[in-house]
Design a protein around this ligand. Structure first.
Ligand code: ADP
Ligand code: MG
Length: 252
């Protein structure tokens, strides 16, 4: 059984078929990349997997179970976390606070526990702290720990965005253009982190990325899309050399 199964999924915006009968699966432990020209439907697929949109046809299964009956706020609880192409952080809060809030939004427990501040809550609180501190160390965010997001350079905010999703300790991490706008050196860091997220943390990664060098260096498999349709699935090299993919890129 694959960790994520997207089966014949279609989504339309008015007259535009953003995702057109797309199927693919992501195996546990792999890095799977979605590539394709602007408007191909990559972010829309992310929005479908994170339940922001309902497909008009098809099914999406996570760990063998359809997620289409789940509400968006239940998705993180299942073990799916995502980043946004346009960073979504609280600008007037610190790095630490953003990572903690990311976790708290998905916490279990109930109101009574919180009011009474029971041992259960104290233990949960400690777990949140530990998970967040681990992410701060992992992503070398220690120097920015107490800094406000608003004052941080773009490259650092981009890393915090990844940290916010990692702090949830997901089984599946969705990264929407993790290297967009980053320098060559920063992109190199992202490549190392993705490698470690896979091998050390054992997290499965589904990412959208334009930088084919990064895609080729970290991905086990790649799917190319154009106009909402799958063009090819395979290794980065197979996909890059696929006639349909070459045609789609030359066509734009
Ligand atoms: P990508 O991420 O591959 O660049 P998107 O998934 O953002 O592409 O977009 C796929 C298609 O769907 C495009 O034609 C885009 O204009 C359209 N689209 C995306 N989101 C919306 C929306 N919220 N409303 C209307 N059209 C949208
Ligand atoms: Mg996009």
């Amino acid at each position: 059984m694959s960790l994520l199964e997207v089966e014949n999924v279609t989504l339309k915006f008015g007259g535009v078929t953003a995702v057109n009968d797309v199927s693919f699966s992501v195996e546990e432990g792999e890095v799977f990349a979605l590539v394709g020209p602007n408007g191909a439907g990559k972010s829309t697929l992310f929005n479908l997997v994170s339940r922001f949109y309902d497909p008009v046809a098809g099914d999406i299964r996570f760990a063998g179970e359809s997620i289409l009956k789940k509400a968006p706020h239940e998705i993180a609880g299942l073990g799916i976390a995502r980043t946004f192409q346009n960073i979504e952080l609280f600008d007037q809060a610190t790095v630490l606070q953003n990572l903690l809030v990311g976790r708290h939004r998905h916490r279990r427990g109930n109101v009574f526990n919180e009011i009474l501040f029971t041992p259960f809550v104290r233990k949960e609180e400690r777990r949140h702290r530990e998970a967040v501190e681990k992410v701060i160390d992992f992503l070398d965010l220690q120097p920015y720990r107490e800094k406000y997001i608003a004052g941080l350079p773009y490259g650092v905010r981009k890393v915090v965005e990844m940290g916010r999703a990692l702090a949830i300790e997901p089984r599946l991490l969705l990264l929407d253009e993790p290297a967009s706008g980053l320098s060559v050196e920063e992109t190199q860091d992202v490549a190392f982190w993705i490698e470690d997220i896979k091998t050390q943390m054992g997290i499965t990664v589904l990412m959208v990325e334009h930088d084919m060098h990064l895609v080729a260096s970290v991905s086990d498999r790649v799917m190319a899309l154009a106009d909402g349709k799958t063009l090819a699935i395979g290794s980065a090299q197979e996909v890059q050399n696929h006639p349909k993919v070459i045609e789609a890129y030359i066509g734009v």
